[in-house]
Design a protein around this ligand. Structure first.
Ligand code: ADP
Length: 397
């Protein structure tokens, strides 16, 4: 367009200029488009890489095109090792089962799954041969002609969810069993007492009624525990803390529990001057009852169960030990016995809520709870409560 002589541009020149300008603006637009696409690609890659869910991309024939780091962690495979492989050779999706029995193949590429677009639960195989339960969902990528180009499968590891469900089902079965035992006892005694031909002397009737009474007590503790556990879970536990003498309370619980500790010696080792704490006396009673029930359950006839109380220094707190001479707890179980539904293989009865409740209650009252045990030697369960250093018997301001 640069000229030596001054002369007007011809129509042809102008056309050329317009065409040039058009091309230039097209080139600028394209470069912007490319810039946007590259940026979006990086964003999508960052999302896929950061996703906690495992993501697998396959072509319509099931060849692996891509997998994200979460799926690499879940399966133990690295993308370069499996790119181009058939996905069923690598993750081999199977229906429910534990991997030890024949499990039906659930191929995510089957049309009914792809069309449903719903969440499907099944198992995938890891590199070391484990079967991991997953929840899978699918996304379809089509080409310009509308044909299927890629299938994106998103896997969420549901191992914990499955464990929780299993624990819940076991818990319901255990609770039913536990409730049935005292109920059967009550029913049995009532049926005997009501039988027309049976005339029992006063002594025997009294013994029967005592057994009915203690079976009803057991039922009532269990229901209390179940309610308490659900309130702890929902964080709706209402405590009524007040100053009271822990020694007096412990002696009361011991006297009341004695008939339930069949042929075990229940002993108190408590300071004569009392031990004042600021806590909810009903909840402390519940903790003591749970610990005493366990101590009785897991120790033999003729052994001693001792409830000790002491005052500890700074900050001032009372500590209670429930010591038994029972079967003890293996070291591998000790860290988990306060977990919900946790039962050891030595567990004789129960639903695995007692210690979970004890820990929840003691913590809610500002204390700590722990256990020390040696298999075959016995166990000591200890908990602390904040000491009350105000005048004895007065309420805190
Ligand atoms: P549950 O409410 O069913 O009694 P717990 O939560 O109280 O369950 O106890 C959990 C597990 O801890 C029990 O299965 C038992 O194996 C173990 N355990 C608790 N207390 C004792 C103890 N004093 N001696 C031995 N094992 C115990």
């Amino acid at each position: 367009m640069i000229r030596r002589r001054r002369e007007a541009y011809s129509d042809h020149d102008l056309e050329l200029l317009v065409a040039l300008a058009d091309y230039a603006s097209l080139a600028i637009e394209r470069s912007w488009l490319l810039h946007t696409i590259v940026q979006e690609k990086h964003e999508s890659e960052a999302v896929v890489d950061a996703s906690a869910s495992g993501i697998l991309v396959v072509d319509p024939y099931g060849h692996i095109v891509n997998m994200n780091p979460a799926l690499e962690r879940l399966t133990g495979w690295q993308l370069p090792q499996v790119r181009g492989e058939l996905c069923c050779d690598i993750v081999g999706c199977r229906g429910t089962g534990d991997g030890t029995h024949e499990m039906p193949i659930v191929c995510p590429l089957r049309l009914e799954y792809l069309e449903e677009r719903a969440f499907v639960e099944y198992r995938i195989r890891t590199r070391d041969g484990r079967w991991v339960p997953v929840e899978a969902s699918y996304g379809l990528v089509r080409d310009e002609a509308g044909d299927l180009a890629r299938v994106v499968i998103v896997f969420r590891d549901i191992t914990h969810q499955e464990e929780r469900n299993r624990a819940r089902a076991e818990f319901v079965a255990n609770v039913s069993h536990e409730l049935r035992t005292p109920l059967a006892l009550i029913k049995g005694y009532a049926t005997t007492l009501l039988s027309p031909g049976v005339h029992l002397d006063e002594d025997k009737t009294r013994r029967f009624m005592q057994n009915v009474n203690s079976a009803a007590d057991r039922l009532s503790w269990m229901v209390d525990d179940l309610l308490c556990a659900s309130r702890l879970d929902a964080e709706e536990l209402h405590l009524r803390p007040q100053p009271f003498d822990l020694c007096l309370q412990a002696r009361k619980v011991l006297a009341w529990f004695r008939p339930h500790a069949a042929r075990r010696e229940l002993l108190a080792d408590l300071p004569a001057g009392g031990l004042w704490v600021l806590a909810d006396p009903d909840r402390v009673e519940q903790v003591l009852l749970n610990l005493l029930t366990n101590a009785t359950r897991y120790s033999g006839v003729g052994t001693h169960i001792v409830v000790q109380g002491r005052l500890l220094g700074d900050p001032p707190r009372a500590v209670v030990h429930v010591v038994d001479q029972g079967i003890g707890i293996a070291p591998e179980h000790l860290p988990r016995i306060f977990d919900r539904y946790y039962l050891t293989e030595q567990s004789r009865k129960g639903v695995g809520l007692g210690l979970y409740i004890c820990r929840g209650l003691v913590k809610a009252m500002g204390g700590e709870i722990w256990a020390v045990s040696e298999p075959g030697q016995g166990s000591t369960f200890s908990f602390t409560l904040p000491a009350w250093d105000g005048p004895a018997g007065t309420a805190p301001s």
